[in-house]
Write a new protein. Structure first.
Length: 202
């Protein structure tokens, strides 16, 4: 089974009741001045790549997914080796004439084919389980972000909070002053209690 590439997908545009943006000053050519425009905006952004590596919930969940995937891969390798051994044994017995009848040889071959089908079914099941586990992780991350950002932006300081990552360049340009990633990560980590999540599973 191919190893799943774990990607953290957390895209959030959270609209909040915002104050009217100040009118940006303009240059002689009619274009807004970049510095003044940045100061007057009510849009902020979060670096998703930083969130994925610094928010402890993401770190823990990605580690759990990697361990789950590694366990599945180990099981599939074990089944593949058993299948190879069975096939080699069948071929050896066939060449040495150890089967007393043609029907016995056919039965042995059919058993190997069933073993092969079972291994293929397990691979499909493992892939589905990994896809579901990844989806559950992404869903919970989205819910955690939405809940936190709703409280974080309770004062309505931002009209919109965007996501930015290397994979998806949502923000083409932004002043460093608009980057709220550090605040968000610090707040999320303060709220995150892995021992509570472990207790819920019991």
């Amino acid at each position: 089974m191919k190893k799943f590439i774990l990607m953290t997908a957390c895209v959030l545009a959270l609209a909040a009741c915002s104050k009217d943006a100040n009118t940006a000053q303009v240059k002689d050519n009619g274009l807004p001045k970049a510095e003044e425009k940045a100061k007057s905006t009510t849009i902020a952004y979060i670096e998703i790549d930083s969130l994925a590596t610094q928010y402890q919930f993401c770190v823990d969940q990605q580690k759990a997914l990697e361990q789950k995937s590694a366990g599945f891969e180990a099981q599939l390798r074990k089944e593949a080796q058993a299948l190879q051994n069975a096939a080699q044994a069948f071929q050896k017995n066939l060449q040495q004439g150890k089967y007393t009848s043609e029907q016995e040889a056919r039965n042995a071959q059919a058993a190997i084919e069933r073993q092969q089908q079972t291994a293929a079914q397990h691979e499909s099941q493992y892939q589905e389980q990994m896809a579901q586990a990844t989806s559950d992780y992404q869903k919970e991350l989205k819910e955690r972000l939405e809940k936190f950002l709703k409280e974080y932006n309770k004062d309505g300081r931002y009209a919109m909070i965007l996501s930015n990552s290397a994979a998806t360049m949502t923000v083409m340009y932004a002043s460093n002053g608009l980057d709220i990633t550090a605040d968000v990560i610090a707040g999320l980590n303060k709220q995150y209690k892995p021992e509570e999540k472990a207790a819920e599973k019991k």
